[in-house]
Design a protein around this ligand. Structure first.
Ligand code: FES
Ligand code: FE
Length: 458
């Protein structure tokens, strides 16, 4: 089916309407847009594929996805990390049919071509009878992601041979990432495989929500406040802070926990955990953020988000901290698969891991109290995008908070970290920053990836 509005025209429309604080509804369920996203965004940006703790030993592998393409992330015999296309070079069958395991080889189930775990073609059944001298195995290894880099164990891959390095791409978000996941030499590790579930939503809605939507908390998640699981929602948006980093990345310091724990530092981690942290590498501003306004959610463009919050279950007990990384996997126009990992510090005890897992499931698991609120709300966008009536109305989503600029919505003039900090959760600036990045990469691919955070009025 042909897209109803030419894709280039729709992208231009987004570019101009962003400045009016509006996003045309069509981009949330359009085949042409989806195909361009796969090509320009997932085909060029640094995309998270796995955490090193998921493949600690030689031969370990996990099956993952870059956009709609299945990839195998392997730990080779030399400890090297490979990101391999999971399409057999013979007829495209998936050579790896399981989510995770340990193997030196992947044997395609169809005709038996066999690849080593670094992607080399090492076996072709009946090779002499079938191909004679014509088979050159060097030409038929699995395709490999040309660039793979890790940061604090988080493995990112880019399908573009050239372009900004991971460091350049992350920019100030790398600085923030350091203080979220780099507080201990051994770092974080996964508490288990990612939970996966599909919802009829668009991946951008989820990414944008985690980049900047503090505004929804005291409405959509009010039941969480009502049952006493977390408190302070009503004040949250006003007292939150937002961090807009270069290249479309953004973070939110949701601060509701301050309301219940006035002395709250480091997300509310208890002393038996904070005393194990090594903060010697943190600069002065990172220490300020850690002690006063640590980011509770954030999005690394395009589709990796995290949440770290404290909550008490049952209410009245000491709070536990959860760290969930989630990846918004596009499946088809208007269809999203959520991948949800719980992370714990490498040094945490089995009891602490269990508590974090339980809290993670209770809040942001597939049946979690926050997650079910969010995903139902997010299903409106692709439905509206398919509505002939809404198209006639030229329905555009309202990001108008960004256009009103009371003084407290401006950039914090005293901010000494990278990017821009704003001392309120109102403003929807982070969301528009995400969409500006989206439009630039949709239009220009790799050449559109480096975009500075923008000061008010620029
Ligand atoms: Fe894999 Fe034929 S498709 S061996
Ligand atoms: Fe939410």
């Amino acid at each position: 089916k042909q897209p109803s509005i030419p894709t280039d025209e729709l992208i231009e429309r987004v570019t101009s309407s962003i400045e009016e604080g509006a996003i045309p509804v069509e981009i949330y369920n359009d085949l042409g847009i989806f195909q361009r996203e796969m090509d320009n965004i997932f085909g060029s940006c640094w995309v998270f594929v796995a955490h090193e703790s998921e493949i600690p030993n030689k031969g370990d592998f996990v099956q993952r996805r870059i956009g709609i393409d299945p990839v195998i992330v392997t730990r080779g015999g030399g400890g090297d990390i490979n990101v391999l296309s999971n399409y057999c070079r013979h007829r495209g069958t998936q050579v790896c049919q399981t989510d995770a395991g340990n193997s030196r080889f992947f044997k395609c189930p169809y005709h038996g071509w066999t690849y080593s775990n670094n992607g080399d073609l090492v076996g072709t059944p009946h090779v002499q009878d079938a191909y004679g001298e014509r088979m050159d195995p060097e030409k038929f290894g699995l395709f490999k992601a040309p660039r793979v880099e890790s940061r604090h164990g988080f493995i990112f891959a880019s399908l573009a041979a050239d372009g900004p390095s991971l460091d350049e791409y992350l920019g100030g978000a790398g600085w923030m990432f350091d203080l979220v996941v780099g507080l201990h030499p051994k770092g974080l590790r996964v508490a288990g495989p990612p939970e996966r579930y599909q919802v009829k939503a668009d991946w951008k809605t989820a990414a944008e929500n985690f980049a900047g939507d503090t505004y929804h908390i005291d409405s959509l998640h009010w039941s969480v406040e009502e049952i006493g699981l977390a408190q302070g929602f009503q004040a949250n948006t006003a007292i939150s802070v937002t961090y807009e980093m270069d290249n479309g990345h953004a973070f939110n310091g949701h601060t509701w926990t301050k309301v219940i724990h006035p002395g709250y530092v480091l997300w509310g981690y208890p002393p038996e955990i904070t005393e194990k942290f090594d903060l010697s590498e943190m600069d002065e501003t990172q220490m300020f953020v850690l002690n006063h306004e640590p980011p509770a959610t954030g999005t690394i463009f395009p589709n990796l988000s995290f949440i770290r919050i404290a909550a008490a279950i049952p209410p009245g007990t000491p709070p536990t901290i959860l760290t969930s990384f989630r990846q918004w996997q596009p499946v088809a126009p208007g269809v999203l698969e959520i991948w949800n990992w719980q992370f714990v510090w490498d040094f945490q005890t089995p009891e602490e891991v269990e508590a974090a897992q339980q809290l993670g499931q209770f809040t942001f698991g597939s049946a979690g109290i926050f997650e079910t609120d969010d995903t139902v709300a997010w299903e409106g966008a692709p439905r509206a995008a398919k509505s002939p009536w809404m198209k006639r109305e030229q329905f555009a989503f309202n990001f108008d908070q960004s256009k009103r600029s009371p003084i407290d919505r401006e950039n914090d003039p005293n901010w000494t970290g990278p990017g821009i900090k704003r001392n309120t959760g109102f403003g929807e600036m982070n969301q528009l920053h995400f969409y500006r990045q989206w439009a630039n990469v949709m239009r220009d691919g790799i050449d559109g990836q480096l975009n500075p955070a923008r000061k008010e009025g620029q």
